[in-house]
Design a protein around this ligand. Structure first.
Ligand code: GLN
Length: 202
């Protein structure tokens, strides 16, 4: 099975190397011709506004939207989560999204670059599905979107728990879409990439 990594902008190399750790072959996706035969595709972190424009200019937006609607497994991280969400707040008026994840997200909701942070999460559902112990999951947030609300079809797989605040979903799944607000490709923890590979293989 080959996993595609959208390679228009953003954390492409890091995602490819994360799948490499798992022995999974990847392909850089730059145009519609690169979609053929993929088992799944990653929409990496970067800038969702820029990615949206490049998806249009590369001619990828419509064929990728069709492939996702047809059930192609997709893993959106950070900006990739924004690209999957039904409603994007704080975006550009002309910014497009695939809208397949019933979430409302606020772009840069955790603040600017200087407010980027690293924390540890509990992810018992992810660990249980993989059959591994639930050790803390390191999570790097860089100008990350806040998931403000999720619809009933969305399964929340991990949340950020902070003192005196409601837990905020940060890993979600709905059908063939997995998404995280943080950057799993920037840490050594491969649980989310493994979970995605199992979704893509299913
Ligand atoms: N703030 C970016 C956006 O909305 C996402 C940042 C990231 O992917 N690290 O597109």
């Amino acid at each position: 099975m080959t996993i595609g990594v959208l390679a228009l902008q953003g954390d492409v190399r890091e995602h490819r190397s994360a799948f490499g750790d798992l022995g999974v072959t990847t392909r850089a996706v730059r145009g519609p011709g690169d979609l053929a035969g993929l088992g799944g595709i990653v929409l990496p972190g970067g800038e969702s506004t820029t990615l949206s424009m490049l998806l249009e200019s590369s001619g990828l937006f419509e064929p990728l939207a069709d492939a996702l609607a047809g059930g192609l497994a997709v893993f959106g991280t950070c900006a990739g989560l924004v690209l999957l969400s039904r409603e994007v707040r704080g975006g550009r008026a002309d910014q497009r999204s695939f809208g397949m994840l019933d979430c409302v997200v606020l772009r840069n909701g955790y603040g600017r670059q200087s407010e980027s942070f690293e924390t540890e999460l509990a992810a018992p559902k992810v660990s249980a599905e993989l059959g591994v112990d639930d050790t803390p999951m390191a999570a790097v947030f860089i100008r990350a979107p806040v998931i403000e609300s999720v619809g009933p079809a969305v399964e929340v797989l991990a949340s950020l728990v902070r003192e005196e605040e409601e837990p905020q979903p940060v890993v979600c799944r709905q059908g063939n879409a997995l998404a995280s607000a943080f950057h799993p490709e920037l840490t050594a923890d491969r649980r989310l990439h493994r979970l995605f590979v199992s979704m893509a293989a299913a």
